[in-house]
Design a protein around this ligand. Structure first.
Ligand code: C6P
Length: 411
């Protein structure tokens, strides 16, 4: 039996996601690759097509009605994001392609203008490549040094070691809010408190947390926060960088071009105000507006209710997984998002993924763009099932039956 009845009306919710009715390899789709990207509800799909059918024009440029209407819709989406993360100002919300671009923006704008040889950037050992490589590139450009706070075998950040690595040379801490490879939710409030006590700003990689936890950047007091629309039931190619006004004001532009200027001559350029200073060129207009629709969708359900449902799914899935002989969970932090990373004795994760796919079950197998995490656990890869608001307890059962079939096949 399933542990608790969920508070979500899953039948009604699932009807909003047409793709969930697909059959894959002759089986009903069981979509458990939500940490990679979530599926899209009708309101997002319809909004996207509606923008192109009736609202579309370039933004911030035209005097004509359509351009003004589209600009209003675009800026309404910015206000929806502001509300969603509880930022103080809409101009603290910068639209970018996704988490990856947001982190690169901070590295190349904030980092490049601030860092001197010998300065330090502190990350953790559980980061996604997006929160490693931009800092390595920055270190090469500036002579700064990348420091890495270690993790435990459970997959938790070692807080004493983290604190020990904060020094008078540390210029920025950049850390994941929720690990995509392990599911660990980091104690970001403590991390921010410790860093701020030494006047060190903190960037949070919210790619995995924003879709699954209620978010409040003011309460967290983070200095930068990044997330991607496509993991939040919205379109791909659109994401958000939040930054505190004072920091963004002091930062130089990341890219040059149209929309980010106030006045240009061949001799010099006066930059536009926030947020436009960081939004060079025609933005991803329709996807931004559709991201607003995705935010309306999750807010109507309630982020707390979503987090509660996913926690129940994780608890149930974890207890069922632990009953399977030869299954090893990778990542067992006490605070975890609904991500189940695992290995099966003697079976390569790619084979697990391929065989489950034959049963219509979509999971991810690989290094999850977190190769240092795999190295830490001495693994080439893991299999990863990741849950979203539309997943059911029956789907957890189907996954567990599928895993048992995979094991049987290899015996
Ligand atoms: N993780 C996964 O399957 P982008 O690709 O820019 O939308 O997000 C990058 C990113 C950054 N940080 C974390 C913690 C992430 O999980 C991701 C994306 C996907 O786990 C695709 S690799």
């Amino acid at each position: 039996m399933h542990p608790h009845p969920t508070t979500l009306d899953l039948e009604a919710i699932r009807q909003q996601f047409p793709i969930l009715a697909e059959r894959i390899n002759g089986h009903p789709l069981v979509y458990l690759d939500n940490a990679a990207s979530t599926q899209k509800p009708l309101c997002v799909i319809d909004r996207l097509s509606e923008v192109y059918r009736v609202d579309y024009a370039n933004v911030h440029r035209g005097v004509h009605t359509l351009s003004q209407r589209c600009t209003d819709l675009f800026e309404e989406a910015r206000e929806k994001v502001r509300r969603f993360i509880n930022a103080r100002h809409t101009h603290e919300v910068i639209f970018v392609r996704g988490t990856t671009e947001a982190i690169n923006l901070v590295a190349q704008s904030y980092g490049r203008s601030k860092l001197m040889p010998g300065d330090e950037i502190l990350i953790s050992a559980m980061e996604h490549h997006s929160n490693i490589v931009p800092w390595q590139m920055l270190a090469l450009q500036t002579g700064a040094v990348l420091k890495v706070a270690p993790i435990s075998l459970e997959g938790t950040l070692l807080m004493a070691e983290f604190e020990g690595l904060l020094s008078e040379k540390t210029r920025l801490v950049s850390i994941t809010h929720m690990s995509n490879a392990l599911g660990t939710i980091n104690p970001v409030k403590d991390i921010i408190r410790l860093a701020h006590a030494r006047d060190i700003p903190v960037m949070l990689d919210g790619a995995q947390s924003a879709p699954h936890l209620p978010m409040d950047v003011r309460d967290l007091d983070c200095d930068f926060f990044a997330f991607s629309g496509h993991k939040l039931y919205g379109p791909s190619g659109i994401g958000v960088l939040y930054g505190k006004e004072s920091l963004l004001e002091a930062m130089p532009p990341y890219q040059g071009g149209g929309d980010m200027i106030r006045r240009v001559t061949f001799e010099e350029t006066e930059f536009n105000e926030l947020p436009y200073k960081f939004e060079a060129g025609t933005p991803n207009i329709a996807d931004t507006i559709a991201l607003g629709a995705a935010i309306d969708f999750v807010e109507a359900i309630g982020m707390a209710a979503i987090a509660d449902h996913e926690e129940q799914l994780l608890t149930y899935a974890t207890s069922k997984a632990l009953e399977i002989e030869g299954l090893r969970l990778i990542g067992s932090a006490p605070q975890k998002g609904a991500i189940l990373s695992f290995t099966l004795e003697g079976i390569h994760p790619h084979d697990i993924g391929t065989l489950l796919d034959q049963l219509g079950i979509a999971i991810r197998a690989g290094h999850h763009c977190a190769m240092p995490v795999m190295d830490f656990f001495g693994l080439p890869a893991t299999a990863r099932a990741s849950f979203a608001l539309y997943n059911t307890f029956d789907e957890v059962d189907t996954l567990m039956d599928g895993i048992r079939q995979v094991i049987k096949l290899f015996k």
